[in-house]
Design a protein around this ligand. Structure first.
Ligand SMILES: N[C@@H](CCC(=O)N[C@@H](CS)C(=O)NCC(=O)O)C(=O)O
Length: 253
């Protein structure tokens, strides 16, 4: 009997990718929700399964797999009898992996900046300094990120830089769709590159930044197709969006 356990957080963009892959492949899994702001991901028992102190982690029959895109690739390798996300052709596979690398390097870290400033700041701004310092110091990978964020948020310059990186990513995304003749990044085949970008675009929409692709119909169409995928609703259950968790964000809509 196969057993899949997913340690994740409802609102986490990296968790969305894995939930989407599991749902698309109709794999039954038990979901464990971590509270990232009370430090569940830093508890010694969790660090044993994920020494990066981040979500998501998939435990498959007792084997720990970490890092969202590694997990999605693993799922595609072990379960390729239903929907598959990896092209057979090596050149197309290389193209998919280059896009995954780009998405991991540019838009994924960039979208954290507006997310922290607009939503997550509420958790840190009134935290006593010593508590904040010890939480930051306990983070294996995100110590410097959190210290830089501080309890006042990233500066306007940093926020604008991240929005600029996101704008350039949207231009790149539009070009990829056009070059492949769409509707997906690799043409008519939905792939892990689309899964990688999906939560970034959903997050931008959630933060009322949808105007960023007002003049890019290719992206609106891509997003509409993703939202119509049967895996979308079970992945984005209530509480997955920041507007569902942070009521102040709705006032901007
Ligand atoms: N490269 C990792 C990044 C994972 C990651 O950044 N996870 C965030 C949520 S999206 C997290 O666990 N943050 C908790 C923290 O910063 O302490 C992946 O793709 O799984």
């Amino acid at each position: 009997m196969e057993e899949f356990k997913l340690y994740n957080a409802s609102q986490s963009i990296c968790s969305h990718k894995v939930r989407f892959a599991l749902n698309a492949k109709r794999i039954r899994f038990t979901e464990y929700k971590l509270d990232l702001f009370s430090g569940d991901q830093l508890k010694p028992e969790y660090l044993l399964i994920n020494p990066n102190g981040l979500v998501p982690t998939l435990v498959h029959n007792g084997i720990n797999i970490i890092d969202s895109l590694v997990i999605v690739q693993y799922l595609d390798e072990i379960c390729n009898n239903s929907e598959t996300f990896t092209p057979q052709n090596p050149a197309m596979r290389a193209r998919m992996r280059s896009l995954m690398a780009y998405i991991d390097e540019v838009p994924t870290p960039a979208v954290r900046i507006p997310s922290y400033n607009m939503a997550f700041l509420t958790h840190f701004k009134n935290m006593p300094e010593d508590e904040f310092q010890s939480m930051a110091n306990a983070k294996p990978l995100r110590k410097e990120f959190l210290l830089k964020f501080g309890r006042v948020g990233f500066s306007e310059k940093e926020l604008n830089e991240s929005l600029d990186r996101l704008s350039r990513s949207l231009i790149r995304m539009q070009a990829e769709i056009n070059n492949s003749k769409g509707p997906w990044f690799l043409g008519d085949k939905f792939s892990i590159a689309d899964i990688a970008m999906m939560p970034v675009i959903i997050r931008l929409e959630d933060l009322s930044l949808k105007y960023m692709w007002d003049n890019k119909p290719e992206i609106s169409h891509w997003l509409e197709l993703i939202k119509n995928h049967p895996a979308f609703q079970p992945t984005f259950y209530h509480g997955s969006l920041l507007t569902e968790q942070y009521p102040h964000l709705n006032k901007k809509n």
